[in-house]
Design a protein around this ligand. Structure first.
Ligand SMILES: *[C@@H]1O[C@H](CO)[C@@H](O)[C@H](O)[C@H]1NC(C)=O
Ligand SMILES: *[C@@H]1O[C@H](CO)[C@@H](O)[C@H](O)[C@H]1NC(C)=O
Ligand SMILES: *[C@@H]1O[C@H](CO)[C@@H](O)[C@H](O)[C@H]1NC(C)=O
Ligand SMILES: *[C@@H]1O[C@H](CO)[C@@H](O)[C@H](O)[C@H]1NC(C)=O
Ligand SMILES: *[C@@H]1O[C@H](CO)[C@@H](O)[C@H](O)[C@H]1NC(C)=O
Length: 401
């Protein structure tokens, strides 16, 4: 039985934090490099971050913190009837229009038409830390967002956005000689308040313990052992001309060592906090599910199988340059009806058909939630480690060098 309560813990690391490669030497005394701490909301596998945008600051506006996309946007004036907050660029003295044409943001089930700006942005709770000329946008049309869900994204895969954050951190370090530590956002109740009330009888439990913590700087007390580092691609050419943030080279995927997908050269994985799912090129998703007789259900957009097969399904295994991640089947599958224990009970998997047809795999929060996450812009890498007090679902990282 999978425990639903979890604390996802992630760190953003700019160039102000000395990030000595931790695999090189064992650290017995783990100090903390944390400069700011934020409590994020957690809803349906997404991290919800409240931000303020513009001058004077508009917000807090809750957005999905998404390492897997590049566009930051908020509902603009009149974009939707029941949005909680909106961004009105004409009321901000620091808003500068960026580009002539609106852009189209597509998240699969959801989409938005966005007019781009550069404006000042801050994380709610640390509003003196201002990210200048941050790429933002005001959506004029949105589609597919359920009432009550978070409308808007912070696209943390954007290099201009990362540069803006890093510059602010450098200024901050200069101002305080890099020594001062501050705690922000002291458990104020307005974060994640968009979480919907428990739903009954849908086979899905909403657990109020679910939350996510973000720190700026690594909290070395939040993970056990060392961090396992995944280097970003050397250039965009190594990931089909996408942003190198936050991707890494992928060398193998299979069910244990038995059934391996035939990956194309230069295949890669994207680490994405914007989705719960694992997404695979459809041909690979089909191949893996065929091995245990899971059938694609077009109306639900997922693969389904009889739960009685669950015990016989091998670990899903991802191989990278240095490391291998193993995920037991109970982690990436779920019962259609959690109360149905019968012989014929139906299960489904969290592996979805992705939009990239050949080389891109997406590892969403079903994977990332299992680990402490360090998003290290300065070192061009993602670090994953075992969480202290994390849910023990059996996910492992091992060295395969
Ligand atoms: C950690 O180690 C360093 C160097 O060995 C030492 O100076 C420091 O006092 C230690 N910190 C703690 C909290 O033990
Ligand atoms: C921070 O201070 C250093 C040394 O004084 C200087 O070289 C650097 O440009 C400063 N950075 C910013 C962002 O002001
Ligand atoms: C956080 O809240 C607690 C309890 O209200 C209070 O005692 C503490 O001083 C606060 N800390 C900060 C940094 O505001
Ligand atoms: C990436 O961009 C280069 C240069 O513009 C182009 O030659 C190449 O075909 C592109 N590759 C892909 C996979 O789109
Ligand atoms: C697909 O899902 C729908 C809705 O849950 C269900 O009614 C239908 O029987 C499923 N199709 C197959 C082929 O299992």
């Amino acid at each position: 039985m999978r425990s639903l309560s979890l604390i996802a813990a992630i760190a953003l690391v700019g160039s102000t934090v000395s990030a000595a490669p931790r695999e090189a030497h064992k650290t017995t005394n783990k100090s903390s490099d944390v400069k700011y701490t934020f409590n994020m909301g957690y809803s349906e596998g997404q991290y919800i971050l409240p931000v303020n945008v513009g001058t004077p600051g508009q917000g807090p506006i809750n957005v999905v913190f998404d390492t897997g996309s590049e566009l930051t946007w908020f509902p603009g004036p009149d974009a939707c009837d029941d949005c909680v907050s909106e961004y009105n660029p004409s009321a901000s003295s620091t808003a500068i229009k960026d580009g002539k044409k609106p852009v189209f943001a597509d998240y699969g089930d959801q989409c938005a038409t966005v007019t781009k700006y550069k404006d000042t942005l801050s994380f709610h709770g640390a509003d003196d830390l201002k990210f200048q000329s941050f790429p933002v946008g005001a959506a004029s049309e949105i589609e597919g967002f359920e009432p009550g869900s978070t409308v808007g994204y912070l696209g943390f895969g954007n290099s201009d956005a990362l540069y803006s954050i890093d510059s602010a951190l450098q200024n901050d370090a200069n101002g305080s000689k890099g020594k001062k530590k501050r705690q922000a956002n002291n458990g104020s109740g307005d974060i994640g308040s968009n979480k919907r009330p428990p739903r009954q009888g849908h086979g899905r439990r909403w657990d109020t313990e679910e939350s996510a913590v973000m720190t700026i700087g690594i909290d070395h007390s939040a993970y056990r052992g060392d961090l396992y580092y995944f280097n970003l691609p050397a250039s965009e050419a190594d990931c089909e001309n996408h942003s190198i943030f936050w991707r890494t080279s992928l060398t193998g995927v299979g069910l244990a060592d038995k059934h391996s997908c035939k990956l194309l050269p230069k295949s890669y994985a994207k680490f994405s906090t914007g989705t719960r799912a694992i997404k695979a090129p459809p041909v690979h998703a089909d191949f893996l599910h065929l091995k245990f007789g899971a059938i694609y259900n077009f109306s639900e957009n997922r693969y389904e199988f009889k739960c009685s097969k669950l015990d016989s399904i091998a670990d899903l295994q991802f191989k990278f340059q240095n490391y291998q991640i193993n995920l037991p089947a109970k982690l990436w599958t779920a019962r259609v009806d959690a109360t149905d224990d019968s012989e014929d009970a139906k299960c489904y998997t969290h592996i979805r058909r992705g939009s990239d047809r050949f080389k891109e795999w997406t590892l969403g929060t079903i994977v990332l939630d299992e680990f402490y996450q360090a998003w290290e812009q300065s070192m061009l890498r993602v670090g994953l480690g075992y969480l202290v007090g994390g849910s023990d679902n059996g996910a492992t990282i091992t060295n395969i060098q």
